[in-house]
Design a protein. Structure first.
Length: 61
């Protein structure tokens, strides 16, 4: 799937994947229910062809 964690601020993050695996990556993330015995819910806020646009739209506080 070519997954790379590009940025994570403790609450939101940007995950890079192969473009043909986008839907499978979203399904994989939605299937994660716990991290280190802590309950989590992962939500996709947006997708883009460029990391720059995701940072601009979702990561600027």
């Amino acid at each position: 799937m070519g997954l790379y964690l590009i940025r994570f601020d403790g609450d939101k993050g940007i995950l890079k994947c192969n473009h043909v695996e986008k839907e499978n990556t979203i399904k994989l993330l939605k299937s994660i229910k716990k991290i280190s015995s802590k309950k989590v819910e992962i939500e996709t806020l947006g997708t883009s062809g460029t990391i720059k646009s995701l940072v601009k739209k979702h990561m600027n506080n």
